[in-house]
Design a protein around this ligand. Structure first.
Ligand code: SAH
Ligand code: SF4
Length: 373
């Protein structure tokens, strides 16, 4: 089978070229063609010798996952559903804003962590995405949107907040991060690339040591009793351990704060008392809060907090000098929240697939903490 070059981070690309008898600068040239020019046709790589182009055509390819559906919301938010085989699809969302474009990227098909409010979690874990499938989402979005008038790619910021837990697909996630950061690839600043995690503590330390980027932590509750229910991985890595991991992360992080994401669930985690508890919890962690309006899903009993409650919660945090934003609801009309569109499609397409798989191996039932280091 041909080698998909999107699977190589820069060092691996150089090693592969060496194995094939080619000089390191060839790897750099090809990286630049793929990521800086958005090229996937070896014939167009005009500064490579014709013989090398022919050789690459024989042994390599450049391909992203197949796109099965695309939607554009009235506010300009774009969403793609990428077919990753065996009846699975993952989503990628592009959010255009003044002066920047943020791409929300998925790292796993499904997720094993089964957070109580999350549609991806309700699908169970299917498999990790490959490096090519993760970086391929950035490549695809840039390719579809085309370069800006200034010659730059429209994706200026990446957040790993799509489907899946990035730190449970550690190696492929880090490979993709390296391509986002490398000067011969996308060359994004570490501050413009954010990993979002539900709190896989040992992997947070690894990320800090191997490839520190901006960090968002899905907190969602101010105490262990509630977080154990909403974010079950908390049973393994409780809040005090998580706070300590955040502090360690900040020693090497490109930003001097952690962003805590907090979904506002009516009557569950949204009272003034919860806000006060949070202030105590994060006392020693430089942080900002992002309050997220809950997108209701059929599989969970929760409701969205009303705006008055959200504003009151924000005010309590702000009075304690914690910068707090409320996430704008984007792409509402195309269900651009975590896991939602893929959820709809999979409900239709996976039913037969589920029967086949479950009778064969039962793989679609969530595997707890699969892929964890
Ligand atoms: N697994 C990682 C990253 C993907 S989830 C994590 O949990 O951080 C990305 C974000 O979407 C998380 O903050 C998650 O809590 C949020 N999210 C999940 N389900 C949601 C829903 N129904 N409504 C609003 N946000 C949701
Ligand atoms: Fe997984 Fe994140 Fe969804 Fe939790 S919120 S189930 S960790 S994708």
């Amino acid at each position: 089978m041909k080698q998909n070059l999107l699977d190589f981070e820069p060092t691996a690309m150089t090693a592969w070229f060496a194995e094939n008898g080619e000089k390191p600068f060839r790897a750099k040239q090809v990286l630049r063609w793929i990521y800086k020019s958005g090229e996937h046709d070896f014939d167009a790589m005009s500064d490579l010798a014709v013989s090398l182009r022919e050789k690459l055509k024989q042994i390599a390819s450049i391909h992203t996952p197949k796109m099965v559906r695309e939607e554009t919301a009235s506010d300009g938010t774009r969403k793609w559903l990428l077919d990753v085989g065996t009846g699975n699809a993952v989503e990628t969302v592009f959010i255009p804003e003044e002066g920047r474009g943020t791409l929300c990227v998925s790292t796993q098909a499904g997720c094993a962590l089964d957070c109580a409010f999350c549609s991806t979690g309700k699908q169970g874990f299917n498999r990790n995405l490959s490096t090519a499938e993760i970086i391929g989402q950035v490549w695809w979005a840039n390719h579809e949107l085309g370069k800006n008038a200034d010659g730059n790619w429209p994706v200026t910021n990446v957040v790993l907040m799509g489907m899946g837990e990035p730190l449970l697909n550690f190696d492929n996630t880090v490979n993709a991060l390296r391509l986002m950061l490398d000067d011969n690839a996308y060359g994004l600043s570490r501050r413009r690339v954010t990993v979002s995690t539900s709190g896989v503590v040992p992997a947070m330390d690894r990320l800090r040591d191997e490839c520190p980027v901006a960090l968002a932590v899905s907190l969602h509750a101010p105490n262990d009793a509630l977080r154990n229910v909403l974010v079950p991985i908390n049973q393994k890595y409780p809040l005090q351990e998580l706070m300590a991991a955040c502090r360690r992360y900040l020693e090497k992080a490109p930003r001097d704060f952690v962003t805590f994401e907090y979904i506002m669930l009516a009557g569950v985690n949204d009272t003034v008392q919860h806000a006060r508890e949070l202030i105590e919890l994060v006392r020693d962690v430089p942080c900002k809060f992002n309050l997220i309006p809950f997108n209701p899903i059929p599989q969970a009993p929760y409701q969205r907090s009303d705006m008055r409650t959200v504003l009151r919660f924000r005010d309590v945090l702000m009075q304690a000098d914690i910068v707090t934003t409320i996430r704008k609801v984007r792409g509402d009309d195309i269900a651009a929240a975590c896991g939602q569109l893929a959820g709809q499609v999979q409900d239709k397409t996976k039913r037969t697939h589920r029967l086949v798989l479950s009778s064969r191996s039962g793989r679609l039932s969530p595997r707890p903490l699969a892929g964890e280091d």
